[in-house]
Design a protein around this ligand. Structure first.
Ligand code: PLP
Length: 402
């Protein structure tokens, strides 16, 4: 019999009762070091007192009014984000996929408003993940996510990630924009070759295309800058953000320059919940902490330390870990055994980390992770590697090691 909750997830049989910073506690009292972080969402960990206070203060006053009225918290948050990014304007959403939907609509509408209705196709990249709505599964191009859902929404042309020549070759008179993750998350924590984003920017400028970045996973401090594109000095025309921006409260945003947003006039887009007072109260509180002096320095310091220690673990356990990669605290362990085996072994050691494509285990700790917790994580990863090696000795798996 079907479960009451639609069974689209193979859920791990753990029930959590509460969280404390980087730790999750089950209903039967077991503690797990949480390097899943709600899939790069809980940038400030669990039950952060400052966020809890912001949410409960707002909850006592006003939850929801709709976008038919002004929402002061949203105006304030937009002004603050505008002050620290390329953006002149933004639309608040409830999720990443909705932020991407807004970005895709906006890119098409920009070309329409510029007198080019024929320019409505968007170049995307293999391994991309942009969400699970009909438009975003078409943009992502993952056959597994498209199968059975009828005709894929037209308008997306996919080329290999990191391949500037392929992107250039894919531009036609119908191209409106290029959509890319500065660092692919679900695709396996893939950092593109240096010069890739700069090259895409130049290509967009040359051909009159918009550069649309998906920073849903890599944004909001995750890579050690507020947004990942800052590392390479490239600014987009449009950018989708979500995950970390709400710290666990469902929230996203589509940021844009005034020029890119010029087609999005009165009545062209909307959302009942998007940017509601509860979300905006939490969003402002998240921003208070992420923009505080030293926050990003901490992310970079913890990243350096973690990457160093992980490189040593890889050297000691090459039959389990093939490569350590990523940026900031968006890190990936490409495995020499099935990545799912490492995920399981980590859980047996009391640590949670999600998988990704390309046989990768992701490490997505809350950005407030301490030096001590980084040390504990490395010990648990090492212990998980030993567990797997012991099993490999007991029952060698043909072809599992590289
Ligand atoms: C998670 C994710 C999305 C989709 O976000 P949802 O909130 O699940 O809709 C889009 N793009 C990237 C890069 C993501 O990691």
């Amino acid at each position: 019999m079907i479960t009451a909750v639609l069974p689209t997830y193979a859920r791990i049989d753990l029930e959590f009762e509460r969280g404390e910073g980087c730790w999750l506690v089950t209903t039967d009292g077991r503690r797990f070091l949480d390097f899943t972080g709600g899939i790069a969402v809980n940038v400030l960990g669990h039950a952060h007192p400052y966020l809890a206070e912001a949410l409960s203060e707002q909850a006592k006053k006003l939850w929801h009014t709709s976008n038919l009225f002004r929402i002061p918290g949203g105006e304030r948050l937009a002004d603050r984000i505008k002050a620290v990014t390329f953006a002149d304007t933004m639309f608040f959403t409830n999720s990443g996929a909705e932020a991407l939907e807004c970005a895709i609509k906006m890119a098409r509408k920009y070309q329409f408003a510029s007198g080019h209705p024929e320019k409505n196709r968007i170049i995307t990249f293999e391994g991309a993940f942009h969400g699970r709505t009909l438009a975003t599964i078409a943009a992502g191009g993952n056959a597994k996510y498209l199968e059975g859902f009828g005709p894929a929404m037209p308008g997306f042309d996919q080329v290999p990630f990191g391949d500037l020549d392929a992107a250039r070759a894919a531009v036609t008179p119908e191209t409106a924009a290029i959509l890319v993750e500065p660092v692919q998350g679900e695709g396996g924590v893939r950092v593109p070759p240096s010069g890739f984003l700069k090259g895409l920017r130049a290509l967009c400028d040359e051909k009159g295309l918009l550069l649309v970045l998906d920073e849903v996973q890599c944004g909001v401090g995750r890579t050690g800058k507020l947004f990942a594109h800052e590392w390479v000095g490239v600014t987009p025309d449009i950018m989708a953000v979500a995950k970390g921006i709400g710290g666990g409260f469902p929230m996203g945003a589509c940021l844009a320059t005034e020029e890119a947003a010029k087609g999005m006039t009165l009545g062209t887009h909307g959302s009942t919940y998007g940017g509601n007072p509860l979300a905006m109260a939490v969003g402002n509180a998240v921003l208070d902490l992420v923009l505080a002096d030293g926050f990003l320095d901490h992310v970079n310091a913890m990243s350096t330390r973690l990457v160093q220690r992980l490189a040593e673990v890889r050297d000691r356990h090459p039959s389990v870990i093939a490569e350590v990669r990523g940026q900031g605290l968006l890190l990936g362990l490409r495995c020499a055994v099935p990545a799912a085996d490492l995920v399981t072994a980590l859980r047996e050691e009391g640590m949670l980390a999600p998988g990704a494509s390309d046989n990768v285990v992701r490490l997505l700790p809350p950005l407030i992770v301490s030096e001590e917790e980084v040390g504990i994580a490395v010990e648990k990863i090492e212990a998980a590697c030993r567990r797997i090696e012991d099993r490999l000795v007991a029952a060698p798996v043909q072809g599992a090691a590289e």
